[in-house]
Design a protein around this ligand. Structure first.
Ligand SMILES: *Cc1c(COP(=O)(O)O)cnc(C)c1O
Length: 419
């Protein structure tokens, strides 16, 4: 791709961008009465304008029907999670029965580990990436402790090589092979939150299966961002949150994927609650859990309907935009940002996100040798919302749904003019 470092070029790209109108569907925080340059969609996505209308509708149905809303509401609460399955399945590349919107991310990770981490006969180790999101580290640490293992022994962390920032995929594959029969499960963040590195989930899954282990992924930074084909890649399980690229609001409902092999096996172990029971007998209040089909059988409680209203609004926007279109624009937009940042020579920083578009999503992380915080404050004063990570990293996420080439250009210009 050949880019140009000019405002005219950036505006020209926006004019021919078929996704440009989607920006209008979101609410932007204001800075000096203007929309901010929002580059934090990887932390908390913007609010779709439809949310308040749909929330009002849902409140009206509660008022109008009371308990009968379970069956009579415009979107009956009894089967609320079904409204998300097809759209989520398209986003993660799965069958609709393999996914379910439920709970929140770390809770789902623990629930899935209850099914996929059942250490026995010397098979008890977990491979994960070093520098994983802390919640995932805590989850794995306590999972192994629950079975009496020492985390230092049971958890194998794969780190970048000396002096590097991203992890060599071959090091993960080699560790899987080497751990062999002792390996229970590989749990890796699909896209690393810090560097933006997108791992090869298919290769990692195949390597885990080759030694008789499971492969599961935390897709917090991958869902709604990078192309996923969980079913075809034979991924065993995955979970994600919806408030990052999926724009479903703070604490928004999470989601799970479980391969149909397990989801359709009623004898495969899962912790149960009434909402995961066969829907035909769910309200019969009988003894004896009968799992419904698919990932939905991992549900425990009745759906948090108000929490899911924003999810509904946001997934509609994704459907209208199309994943292919989003990913095409994303590659171009992040590519443009990288191109521009590489023109800047007077600031000492290094881009630690992979350059290969297939190995990243909508994110660039800049590691500063000096003055990183000053640059960040300068951006903030000029109406940019980006993300600062101690000790010296600025993360920016140009999100294809609502960021523009002009946004990206303006960020560059602010950095270029910083002295
Ligand atoms: C954002 C994020 C979380 C957050 O977990 P919650 O349970 O949703 O609070 C966990 N893991 C990863 C990898 C994340 O990026």
């Amino acid at each position: 791709m050949s880019f140009e470092a000019s405002l005219e070029y950036a505006q020209g790209q926006d004019q021919v961008d078929i996704l440009f109108p989607f920006r209008e569907r979101f609410l932007f925080p204001q800075h000096n009465d203007k929309d901010v340059y929002y580059f934090c969609g990887n932390s908390l996505g913007l609010q779709p304008k439809m949310v308040s209308y749909l929330m009002q509708k849902e409140l009206e149905d509660w008022g109008k029907y009371g308990v009968e809303g379970h069956f009579n509401a415009a979107m009956p609460w009894f089967s609320y999670h079904h409204f998300f399955s097809e759209r989520l399945a398209r986003i993660v590349g799965a069958d609709k029965d393999e996914v379910c919107a439920m709970n929140t991310l770390t809770v789902n990770l623990h629930l899935l580990m209850q099914s996929f981490y059942r250490p026995q006969n010397g098979r008890y180790k977990i491979i994960m990436e070093a520098g994983a999101f802390p919640s995932d580290q805590y989850a794995m640490e306590t999972q192994v402790r629950m079975y009496g293992y020492d985390p230092h022994d049971a958890i194998i962390e794969i780190a970048p090589r000396d002096g590097a920032h991203i992890i060599e995929e071959e090091d993960i594959l080699a560790a899987i092979k080497e751990t062999g029969n002792a390996l229970a499960v590989v749990v890796i963040g699909g896209v690393n939150y810090y560097t933006g590195q997108y791992f090869d989930l298919q290769k990692i899954t195949a390597a885990a299966h080759a030694v008789g282990a499971y492969a599961g992924f935390d897709l917090a930074h991958a869902v709604g961002n990078v192309p996923l084909k969980l079913h075809d890649w034979k991924v065993d399980f995955a979970c994600w949150c919806s408030y990052k690229y999926l724009n479903s609001g703070p604490g928004g409902v999470g989601g799970v994927y479980v391969h149909e092999k397990y989801g359709n096996d009623p004898y495969f172990f899962r912790l149960a609650g009434w909402w995961g029971n066969d829907e035909k007998t769910r309200f019969k209040m009988q003894k004896g859990f009968v799992p419904q089909k698919g990932a939905a059988s991992w549900q425990m409680s009745n759906a948090p309907v108000f929490n899911m209203v924003a999810h509904n609004a946001s997934l509609d926007v994704f459907d209208k935009a199309g994943m292919k279109e989003l990913q095409d624009k994303s590659r171009k937009l992040t590519g443009y940002l990288e191109f521009l940042l590489r023109q800047i020579t007077h600031l000492k920083f290094e881009i630690i996100t992979p350059s290969d578009p297939a190995r990243r999503g909508a994110q660039i992380s800049m590691l500063f040798a000096e003055r990183g915080r000053e640059v960040f404050d300068h951006l903030t004063e000029n109406g940019v919302i980006a993300d600062w990570r101690e000790p010296n990293v600025i993360r920016v996420a140009p999100v294809p749904l609502y960021n523009t080439f002009e946004d990206v250009y303006m960020l560059y210009e602010m950095m270029k003019n910083f002295s």
